[in-house]
Design a protein around this ligand. Sequence first.
Ligand SMILES: [Zn+2]
Length: 491
Amino acid sequence: MPTAWRVLVGVIFLGFVAVRTLAQAPEPVAPLPTLQALRWDESVLHIVASGKVTFHTFTLREPLRVVIDISPCTLPQETVESEGDTPTAVERLRWAQFKEGVVRVVLGLRENTQYALSTAASGNEAMLALGSSPAEENRKPRPATSSAKPATLPPPPAELVRMEWEHDKDGARLRMTLSRKVLVRLRPLKEGYSTLLELPQVKPGTDLPADWSVKHPLIEEVQFSPDEKGVRSALLVRTTRAASLSVEYDKQQPVITLAVNRPRNAHGKISEKHIVIDPGHGGTSKGAVGRDKDSVVYEKDINLAIAQRVQALLQKEKATVTMTREDDSTVDLYDRPKLANEKGADFFISIHCDSTPAPNSASGTTTYYHASDPDGRALAQAIQKHLAAVTGLPNRGAQTDTAIYQSGFAVLRRSEMPAVLIEVAYINNDKDRAKLKDPKFQQKVAEAIVAGLKAYIEGEKGSQVAQQDVKIRPASDEKDTVPPVQIPEQL
Ligand SMILES: [Zn+2]
């Protein structure tokens, strides 16, 4: 992702004013920051404004509501819709222009739900982290604070009481019963189709059986890595192909279900699919820039060269391909996912090159998916797996786009189908750039992108379907195989 792209997307957060200028839209200039996004990431509500604002929070009772007044702020002309899955603790989420210069967000909560509000240093985002509504804690909801970190009093770890698998031909579900409600999170790992279910604040219960087994063609291996202290317990799930992993919280019981399914549009053949290929930037948007002794390399040209090779390979596979640009023309950022949505495409694949402020300070390949979208994550894992095998560059993994921008990338956020954004390599790294310019490398990358997409749709070629019983086993004596678990800070 080039500096220019970063600047462009960054500008979106800095103001609609700038976006409108860049998009050459005729709307009048908005004088105040606007409400940009309301996004659920598991149990954390991100409230994002386009500029520096103040968040003022208070609580109303009967029914319990958390009110967040944002000022100075207005609603944008386009409708804001909340993104992500609404947690079960939330009965209702509303927002409105409360009065001139003040946007009010009201969160209706089930009684006794705990929460903590923190504000990002940039001053344009607040994060409201919801806790459980535990029966054992009859305290009043914690008042929101405006401090930089959630005022969390860590409760004792929850005990994992029971784990049971259920499965049918479409997928497998692991039902985990706990002693109280907790928040968990899914994180893709770099190696193949491995995903970590992080279980902070969970320790194994004393009567938890020693092993469980599941037999399902989607699942290759499951490892439970318990932490007696209840800080870093985790479950590693390795699947035989790109799979959609998602977590559901039971409304009443402290029960979490991990669902492992075939992802969206992962049926049939690649020849039946419609794929939108998006060569990043173009025309006046040059993207990132790489400088050799006697020449300058623009990201937009590399992106197009690779995209055209992907297009040719997909056409050879008899797939339907739509390009967001065929040549060096300028295409608006929002028109790219819009085109894919209007065409009813099955996939959206955006191709970019990465860049850093200082040359030669980073190297490697990354594939991004939007927020915690399980299908986008699966597609990113499939493409990244195949890319990492051929680039000869560091594998930076499949990553959520919210790690880069709080609202993610516009082209992924707006796409209604499984969507990824690939950062093939760093254009301002000498080694990476030498590869990016090489037609042979471009072809290898294009082949890997198509191979990854094909593996997502049709399954891994020649992969052995695991038919033996798969054990979940304590991983305490196999520390080398269990990656370190990172506990998200807001938990
Ligand atoms: Zn870019």
